[in-house]
Design a protein around this ligand. Structure first.
Ligand SMILES: Cc1cc2nc3c(=O)[nH]c(=O)nc-3n(C[C@H](O)[C@H](O)[C@H](O)COP(=O)(O)OP(=O)(O)OC[C@H]3O[C@@H](n4cnc5c(N)ncnc54)[C@H](O)[C@@H]3O)c2cc1C
Ligand SMILES: Cc1cc2nc3c(=O)[nH]c(=O)nc-3n(C[C@H](O)[C@H](O)[C@H](O)COP(=O)(O)O)c2cc1C
Length: 786
């Protein structure tokens, strides 16, 4: 095959890492899947002198799996790295745009997805051909020699031996490997039924829901993956039945007489998440599924393996030594694999918990499904298929022309004009009070909270206010236990009510063992030096006193004009410490079982609800949905905690996570808590606030429309931009009642003109220009001609 010039064409000599060896570099690949073969071909192309061998234990055309699907974006990378391979793949592709969701007797179609799929067997054949053409030695039908033997004889050993990598497992300590199996069973089959769209089918059965992921991959076949929870699989007796025939019966309505086929040894399996804290051990390096897996429902595993291959080959080409190349490779690929891994986990959990969503209206269910991994958003789908998103919005009661984030929400008797919340943030800026106890909200709080209320959020929350001097976070933390503080808060709420359309809520808490500390900007949780109290085990008398402090503070909060009260049961504060098994070490009725750990937090909630806070005003509770630590609370526990809190009168659960123990290992990517909020909302049937790295208005629209959250709280984005909500409205061209600009600010209610005038072209330059320059400038800025 002729090779066109590309940016990746070799510079006329062998790769740099290869050149630094006195003899041609020797490379062994263990495993001839897509990752190993593609790496071998790309590297050999860049370093023609190198000696490259791929060992594949199977015969060349003996593989697992049927079609693999790629997105347009994934194919762009392949085209850039080796156009020869890309062209050969492109000849094989089945391409289509639509995705059909079959659910409750309806078929919901969403278009514009740009899928391409091909047979895995043909993909391997293309890559094998390319390897042969470039002079890679291929050894089929036998396992590779042990990695340590290869490592002694080669400069580099690439462990591309897949999810079950024996190379990795034999060195799991060196790689820091973790392999986790999940709750669903699946089987990867093929069928001679040729679909014309990606098809998801959700089949409720007496045993539970079963789901189908199917898509065409050639002119005469489709991939057919059947998946369900392990307990559904057992209850349906599928552990005892021949799998292919059983799936043919279960999905007879889809197959309409067509057959399923299962390859050499079709079997049910569970998805395994593979992660490694290091990808190299000496001169052995992990690549593809051996290094990281991503749930098959994201259709990205092959893409990741191909991209790894390209990155490693390029790094070896560009870096002076193998060591340097391996460092660059891992630095380049790890963040991508981790980000896709998070998306894959969100998708996996969605399918594991699909039963939770079965009461959603079909269109919302379809939107929820499509946006499950958080990578596909409201804005993406609107670009792909505007009619689809418009139908979903109509079905969810979103008024025409209104972004979902600007719909109203009523909780108890409080109506919020939009779904944005300024998340509670302690500003460590309280003024010292006359009784030297301090904790007074002062001018800083008036301006800070006032500005955020003018910024358009539906609800503005104060940072945690202590219920007593001892429960404050630190000297700068606010409180709500005396008249001066109450008056200070009243000044703030009066301003918010008079000058903005926002509601204002207070977060009440007791810092417990997290206080008193220095201000947050001096470093997290730094205790005060001298005679501050140290944590002690509370007596029954202490508990009664603290409960009463909460009640009195809640009464003061009502008098201070707050519209909503949130109890702080998160982040290692006193009541959070009761909930977590890692911090609650009590041997009495308030420690031990989950029910016992809930006892005091529920006593406080009951007392506040009965004697402290008016019935008609909403009461929220913030929890840490997981401790992010071994032996601590998990998302499952959070559902039970939320049920109990809702059962005792919480109107709203504000779902945060962690900060309970110092040795937590949080997994904080974009929207990191929204999965917990989603589960609580559906499983505990209580409205929720999602919070944590919600980065854009598109995220808010997506979470609200999918039914994952009722409100979205943003913390740091509101420190960056007090007018976050108004700006989100302006950027979406929304001018309705969900985002009212304060009258004095209206002249600034459109994004300011930015950019160099001469860099903009309003029309093709050869056309006559009828407008004078000054008018043209205005037109660009406002988008309309005067
Ligand atoms: C149900 C399902 C559907 C999927 N659908 C898609 C999809 O649509 N799109 C997508 O991009 N990805 C998909 N994937 C993921 C994709 O299959 C993998 O991510 C991809 O195959 C990883 O490539 P790899 O080369 O790293 O490993 P593999 O493809 O697993 O290749 C590893 C190879 O190593 C060989 N091997 C193992 N040990 C040895 C040894 N000791 N000696 C010699 N050879 C050895 C194996 O035989 C195998 O051929 C899907 C996965 C599943 C399970
Ligand atoms: C400066 C600062 C102070 C905070 N104080 C509190 C607090 O008093 N109570 C609380 O529950 N969370 C507090 N948080 C956590 C935020 O409410 C929010 O959960 C967190 O910042 C994640 O949201 P974000 O990614 O939008 O910032 C604080 C966060 C910041 C940045």
């Amino acid at each position: 095959m002729a090779e066109p010039h590309t940016g990746h064409t070799p510079d006329g000599g062998p790769a740099r890492a290869a050149r630094s060896h006195r003899r041609p570099m020797r490379v062994a690949c263990i495993g001839g899947g897509p990752g190993g073969l593609y790496f071998a071909a790309l590297f050999k192309r860049l370093a023609p002198d190198a000696d490259v061998t791929v060992w594949e234990r199977n015969a060349p055309d003996d593989t697992f799996g049927f079609g693999v699907v790629f997105s347009e974006e994934a194919l762009g990378g392949v085209a850039a790295a080796d156009p020869v391979v890309y062209r050969a793949m492109a000849l094989e592709f089945a391409r289509w745009d639509d995705l059909d969701v079959h659910y409750r007797g309806e078929v919901i179609t969403c278009g514009g997805h740009g899928f391409a799929a091909m047979s895995r067997r043909r993909l391997l054949a293309v890559l094998q051909d390319r390897c042969r053409e470039l002079g890679v030695r291929l050894r089929f039908g036998r396992p590779a020699p042990p990695a340590e033997v290869l490592a002694a004889e080669h400069d580099l050993v690439v462990a591309s031996d897949g999810v079950h990598s024996a190379t990795r497992d034999a060195r799991s300590a060196a790689f820091g490997s973790s392999v986790t199996s999940h709750r669903c069973r699946y089987i990867w089959l093929g069928t001679d039924l040729v679909l014309d769209a990606f098809r998801f089918d959700f089949v409720p059965t007496e045993h539970g829901v079963m789901q189908l992921h199917a898509y065409p991959y050639s002119a005469d076949a489709s991939t057919f993956v059947v998946e369900m929870r392990d307990e559904v699989w057992r209850a349906a007796g599928l552990d005892r039945k021949a799998p292919v025939a059983a799936c043919e019966r279960l999905f007879a309505h889809v197959l309409a007489g067509r057959r399923l086929f299962g390859g050499a040894a079709p079997h049910w399996t569970t998805f395994r998440t593979v992660a490694n804290s290091r990808w190299r051990d000496g001169n052995i390096v992990l690549l593809g599924d051996a290094a990281h897996t991503v749930h098959f429902s994201t259709g990205s595993g092959t893409k990741l393996a191909l991209e790894d291959a390209s990155s490693l080959a390029t790094a070896l080409h560009e870096q002076p030594t193998v060591d340097a190349a391996l460092e660059v490779y891992e630095a380049e690929r790890r963040p991508v694999a981790e980000s896709l891994g998070r998306a894959g986990r969100a998708s996996l959990e969605w399918f594991e918990n699909v039963a939770l969503y079965l009461d959603q209206p079909p269109l919302q269910f379809a939107f929820n499904l499509l946006s499950r991994s958080r990578r596909v958003t409201h804005a993406n789908l609107r670009l792909r298929d505007p009619e689809f998103t418009a139908r979903v919005e109509r079905a969810c009661g979103v008024p025409a022309g209104t972004p979902p984030m600007f719909t109203e929400l009523t909780i108890s008797q409080l109506t919020l004009r939009n779904r944005v919340v300024v998340s509670p943030m302690d500003m460590c800026s309280a003024a010292p009070g006359p009784d030297s106890a301090g904790g007074e909200p002062g001018d800083f709080h008036l301006v800070h909270l006032g500005a955020r209320a003018l910024g358009g959020a539906g609800l503005v929350m104060t940072g945690m206010a202590g219920v007593g001097p001892e429960g404050r976070l630190g000297p700068g933390g606010t409180g709500l236990w005396n008249d001066t503080q109450t008056a200070g808060w009243l000044r703030v709420t009066d301003f918010v009510h008079e000058h903005s359309g926002s509601a204002i809520g207070v977060q009440l808490g007791h810092a417990g063992r997290r206080g008193p500390t220095h201000a947050g900007w001096d470093g997290p949780d730094r205790p005060l030096p001298a005679d501050g109290p140290t944590p002690w085990t509370l007596t029954r008398t202490d508990l009664a006193r603290i409960r009463d402090e909460f009640v009195r503070a809640a009464r003061r909060a009502a008098r201070a004009g707050f519209d909503l009260l949130e109890l702080q049961y998160a982040h290692g504060s006193l009541l959070s410490a009761f909930l977590s098994p890692l911090t609650n070490r009590r041997a009495d009725a308030y420690g031990g079982s989950p029910a016992a750990r809930l006892r005091f937090p529920l006593e406080v909630l009951d007392a506040v609800r009965q004697d402290g806070w008016p019935d008609h005003r909403p009461l929220a509770v913030r929890i840490s949905a997981t401790d992010w630590a071994e032996g601590g609370n998990t998302g499952d526990d959070a559902v039970e905690i939320a049920r109990a809190l809702a059962g005792h009168g919480a109107d709203l659960l504000d779902v945060s996570s962690g900060q309970v123990v110092p040795d937590e290992r949080p997994d904080r990517g974009r929207l990191h808590n929204s999965g917990f909020a989603d589960r609580i909302r559906h499983a505990a049937a209580v409205p929720v606030v999602a919070v944590g790295a919600i980065t854009s208005y598109d995220d808010v629209n997506s979470l609200i429309l999918a039914g994952r959250a009722d409100l979205c709280a943003l913390g740091r984005p509101h420190l960056y931009d007090p007018h976050w909500t108004l700006h989100a409205a302006a950027e979406q061209g929304y001018t309705g009642p969900g985002a009212l600009w304060p009258v004095p600010y209206r002249p600034g209610s459109r994004p300011p003109y930015a950019g160099r005038v001469e860099a903009r072209r309003a029309r093709p330059p050869l056309l006559p220009d009828p407008a004078p320059a000054a008018t043209r400038h205005r037109r660009w800025r406002n988008g309309t001609a005067p």
